[in-house]
Design a binder for this molecule. Structure first.
Ligand code: PEP
Length: 251
């Protein structure tokens, strides 16, 4: 039985004062949650704040990106060991905004995935198709390509130490959620593809759905057999929404 994980992706939002209120609220409100796990992925400058507010609570924290390099002359980059210094459990890897806006190729994403694993962080590997790819009936081929790049260097042993997030690009921040049936079909495809290599690891793997998840649609999405929680963007910035989504992951 897989435990659902609800992870917030704050993206480039927040400030010290607002974060203090939101993180404190989440820490207190989620304290009694059972049979699910929660996390918040904050911008780099707020990792110390997340650590200070959330340490010792049920809410884990993490980052939204990392360098594929361990150290060196990479101005502006942040390494996996730096994230470890701030107690991160998770790091998002290959978010569609990183792929589309910052030119991260499948190979770079795979290298970042490996860097996270090597440092003992849990990568949340995002995969998903654009609207034009879906319309061209290429969703599965795109997702298979994204997964294969990671499998090539990390193998199923690496996948076993990660979380996957299916995030259809057309559903991120758009208010257009994949229907539970659409999302379930892709989640089942991902699990079957991985099961062909190792059924046990595939069966234990947490595969989140991400894309305009809200309190109003979370329960129906999470009731699908292969959807193990969510990666939540906009709604993770609103305490009541995020708490309600976490509650939906309990049942
Ligand atoms: C995301 O940023 O990963 C995401 C799913 O965003 P939203 O929930 O706002 O669609």
């Amino acid at each position: 039985m897989r435990q659902k994980l609800v992870a917030g992706n704050w993206k480039m939002h927040g400030n010290l004062i607002e974060n203090q209120v939101l993180l404190g609220n989440l820490r207190d409100s989620l304290a009694g949650m059972q049979n699910m796990a929660s996390a918040i992925c904050v911008p780099f400058p707020y990792l110390a704040q997340a650590q200070s507010v959330l340490a010792g609570s049920v809410v884990a924290w993490g980052a939204q990106n990392l360098s594929e390099h361990a150290k060196g002359a990479y101005t502006g980059e942040v390494s996996a060991s730096m994230l470890q210094d701030f107690g991160c459990r998770y790091v998002i890897v290959g978010h569609s905004e990183r792929r589309a806006l910052f030119g991260e190729t499948d190979e770079v994403v795979a290298a970042k995935f490996m860097a996270a694993i090597a440092a003992g962080l849990i990568p949340i590997l995002c995969v998903g198709e654009t609207l034009s790819e879906r319309e061209a009936d290429a969703a599965e081929a795109v997702i298979a390509r994204q997964l294969d790049a990671v499998l090539k260097i990390a193998g199923m042993a690496g996948i076993a130490r990660s979380v996957l997030a299916y995030e259809p690009v057309w559903a991120i921040g758009t208010g257009k959620t994949a229907s539970p049936e659409q999302a379930q079909a892709v989640h089942a495809f991902i699990r079957q593809k991985l099961a062909a290599q190792d059924a046990d690891i595939a069966n234990r793997l947490v595969i989140q759905y991400g894309g305009s998840v809200k309190a109003a649609n979370a329960a129906e999405l999470f009731s699908q057999p292969d959807i193990d929680g969510g990666l939540i963007g906009g709604a993770s910035l609103v305490a009541d929404e995020f708490i309600a989504i976490c509650k939906a992951a309990q049942s």
